[in-house]
Design a protein around this ligand. Sequence first.
Ligand SMILES: NC(=O)c1ccc[n+]([C@@H]2O[C@H](COP(=O)([O-])OP(=O)(O)OC[C@H]3O[C@@H](n4cnc5c(N)ncnc54)[C@H](OP(=O)(O)O)[C@@H]3O)[C@@H](O)[C@H]2O)c1
Length: 316
Amino acid sequence: MIWVIGNKGMLGSEVCRQLEEKKYNWVGTDREVDITSMDALEGFAESVETNAYFPSKISHKDRKITWIINCSAYTNVEKAEEETELAAKLNEDGPRNIARVARKIGAKLIHISTDYVFGGNGSQPYNEDDAKNPLGVYGKTKLAGEVAIQKEMNTYYIVRTAWLYGFDGKNFVYTMTKVMNSHDQIKVVDDQKGTPTCAPDLADSLLKFIEKNEGAKSLIGKHSAPAYGIYHFTNGGETNWHDFACEIYRLGKKYGRITGECVVNACSTEEYGAKVERPAYSVLSKDKIIKELKIKIPEWQVSLEKFIKNERFNPL
Ligand SMILES: NC(=O)c1ccc[n+]([C@@H]2O[C@H](COP(=O)([O-])OP(=O)(O)OC[C@H]3O[C@@H](n4cnc5c(N)ncnc54)[C@H](OP(=O)(O)O)[C@@H]3O)[C@@H](O)[C@H]2O)c1
């Protein structure tokens, strides 16, 4: 049984969709099982593993939680600067609690983290163990969450991602589509470099960790499971927010998502006047995940086009 925590969020809902499609045995929870409460997490795990949660047609063996995928988090980068305590509760205490429960019930953990653990003054894609230097509360609390998990257990995969967009949730692609439909001029910063990540691609790679582990069990000696630890996943290539916005505009026009004319102007971060300092360069190296999972990662433009033309695209 796979337990997806944060199943109503942008990434969590995509993970659940793919689990359903691949006919996995899974269960999802969101705020109703509060990650800041050990009692709530333990109580839920127990209700799944005993007969309480599922009808008795699910066998005892299938009710055993073997994996937890944690997609819950405090994700509002700007608000985190004011709601410091809440951000720490969700991004540090929550993952620690989840790791404790995972260890107790013998489940492996997949947890999601962020490029914002880095300071952003590099010029080469960040490797997993490069020096961290988070600039704001969000990045600091996410880094603390990584550390908390590492202290609690060994059987974890922490996957850092960046610039995430998906079908079910607020994100840059949807926001741009909306403002490009309602404004004839917009300004987007061009001095922060990174790589967008399409949630279906990330979700697919998360499930590969499970597939490779389960496959390794049945093919002992021939294949090995990916090493536990920290990984990076984004789409391929790199860009800046302005060029990303220009591509959204081009593809939005091509697929009829953007109907009016809009000029996408570039500006500096300083000129834009954002409240929170963000990394100027946060491109992540995917060498490790490509090697360990033996995957090919689509370039960001390819995934963006698939996303915009998909019938699930719905920025309302
Ligand atoms: N979005 C990005 O650009 C981005 C970039 C890099 C990394 N990440 C990481 O990727 C992961 C997924 O992000 P996302 O954008 O999919 O997040 P999201 O849409 O904000 O989903 C998080 C989910 O967690 C739920 N939640 C909040 N408090 C909770 C609690 N106490 N107990 C249980 N669930 C709770 C949220 O509910 P409410 O909606 O009701 O609060 C929401 O459904 C996160 O770890 C995030 O840090 C995201």
